[in-house]
Design a protein around this ligand. Structure first.
Ligand SMILES: CC(=O)N[C@H]1[C@@H](OP(=O)(O)OP(=O)(O)OC[C@H]2O[C@@H](n3ccc(=O)[nH]c3=O)[C@H](O)[C@@H]2O)O[C@H](CO)[C@@H](O)[C@@H]1O
Ligand SMILES: C=C(OP(=O)(O)O)C(=O)O
Length: 433
């Protein structure tokens, strides 16, 4: 087992470079299955546990897939099976994103049901509603969902009851090889949807309107290999912006695209944090007292749920009470109990949490309950008096490349150790337990 040990109180200073976006590269790798000709090369691929999992999943399906530092190469001309193994799908819900591509390309897929997870029940009804409208038929049994397409997927009009990111992506990928036009209404508008559409188009697809609530896809007969660079990770960027603010430091977050993080920038400014938007990133500086603010998570372009816990950590250091309302996932306050162990004063009332800012935080032993909760605890540790030890690091490794090293470079007193031997492993790659 490994843990991160943070000694709080250091102001972060310097420059941090953002990696490619996890939530963009995962659907893009899944979409590679659609290419029946040629090689795909995806640049700025972050070497994360989730990326390793989806790459392994493609290999399992018979594709050639090679993941190196910064890029992944895929050839999916020959797929040998349409069944996804439970061991890989249970590690990561995004594995379900191979359903759309498999149905479109191979007319069959058998995938373990992704199940619930720490942050909520996360159903897949909107994915299935879309595929069924396009002519797929499903059977559920023994923990698996099996989809069949009797002929070829047909384009149709699909209204999503919730603007689900995953459902929009899965349907968009399936529609790329369907017969005729598919229109997705109430589509999710996240930047990662736009990135996937751009990638599909680079493979020869005809997708228009991504980034708006209505996406039109005209199906084509085949897709081919291409070379593509994914967008920078807006949540990783946001996490370092909060790290700068929570330590009252000054950090340039290189690669952050201000347009992708508007709600975060707006809320930081309301608190009194100085944010300068540049062409090549954002500059964040904070000092002294920060104002409390209310935050409500919403689908894009609203405040991202993936930044909720990190923002809550920052609000603990504000001068007064803030209310954080989580509207996207029904159970995304698991970090609250851990933060309370650090002296945080937070009261949960249904989907809202009242955060009493201004009470000093003290270091404690805490555990990451999910990916962003883990990051938030590290942030809280940067601001706390004394030493914070964060365990369950496999959650953090799903979404942050070299979190410890990047914070060290900014001046944080932080290290990663193996618990049994108390051996410092900060300078080596995480082991992705
Ligand atoms: C790999 C990836 O990109 N993950 C992101 C993606 O997850 P993911 O794609 O799973 O999130 P969704 O947008 O689908 O989920 C949003 C809401 O819709 C509900 N829902 C979803 C699908 C469905 O068929 N039925 C349904 O009711 C979910 O339970 C949730 O309450 O978007 C989330 C919302 O921005 C982010 O937190 C995740 O980091
Ligand atoms: C919730 C997240 O990811 P996933 O949808 O893969 O669980 C996240 O990135 O914060």
């Amino acid at each position: 087992m490994e843990k991160i040990i943070v000694r709080g109180g250091k102001k972060l200073k310097g420059r941090v470079k953002i990696h490619g976006a996890k939530n963009a590269v995962l659907p893009i790798i899944a979409a590679s299955i659609l290419a029946s000709r040629g090689e795909i090369v995806i640049h700025d691929t972050p070497l994360l546990e989730d990326v390793k999992t989806i790459t392994q999943l493609l290999q399992n399906l018979g594709a050639e897939a090679q993941l190196d530092e910064g890029s992944v190469r895929i050839r999916a001309e020959k797929l040998t099976t349409t069944q996804a193994p439970y061991d890989l799908v249970r590690k990561m819900r995004a594995s379900f994103l191979v359903m759309g591509p498999l149905l479109a390309r191979k007319k069959h897929a058998r995938i373990p049901l992704p199940g619930g997870c720490a942050i909520g029940s996360r159903p897949i009804d909107q994915h299935l509603k879309g595929f069924e409208a396009m002519g797929a038929e499903f059977e559920i049994g023994q923990g698996y969902i099996e989809g069949r397409v009797p002929d070829r997927l047909r384009g149709t009009r699909i209204y999503l009851d919730v603007a689900s990111v995953g459902a929009t992506e899965n349907i968009m990928m399936a529609a790329a090889l369907a017969e005729g036009r598919t229109i997705i209404e109430n589509a999710a508008r996240e930047p990662e949807i736009v990135d996937l559409a751009n990638f599909l188009n680079a493979m020869g697809a005809r997708v228009r309107g991504a980034g708006t609530g209505t996406i039109r896809i005209d199906g084509v007969d085949f897709l081919r290999g291409t070379e593509y660079t994914v967008i920078p990770d807006r949540i990783e960027a946001g996490t370092y912006m909060v790290a700068a603010a929570i330590t009252r430091g000054e950090v340039f977050v290189e690669g952050a695209i201000p347009d992708h993080i508007n709600p975060l920038i707006a809320k930081l400014r309301e608190m009194g944090v100085h944010v300068l938007e540049g062409e090549n990133g954002v500059h964040v500086r904070a000092e002294g007292k920060l104002q409390p603010v209310d935050v409500k998570t919403l689908p894009y372009p609203g405040f991202p749920t993936d930044m909720q816990s990190q923002m809550m950590a920052l609000l603990l250091t504000a001068d007064g009470n803030s209310v954080v309302t989580e509207t996207v996932f029904e159970n995304r306050f698991m970090h609250v109990e851990e933060m309370k162990r650090m002296g945080a004063k937070i009261k949960i009332n249904g989907r809202s949490a009242v955060i009493e800012g201004g009470h000093p935080l003290s270091g404690a032993e805490v555990k990451a309950t999910d990916l962003r909760a883990g990051a938030a605890l590290v942030l809280a540790g940067l601001a706390a008096e004394g030493t914070t030890e964060v365990t369950e690091l496999h959650h953090i490794d799903r979404g942050y490349v070299q979190l410890v090293e990047k914070l060290q470079a900014l001046g944080a007193d932080i290290k990663r150790v193996k618990v049994d031997a108390e051996k410092d492993v900060s300078s080596v790659q995480p082991s992705y337990a």
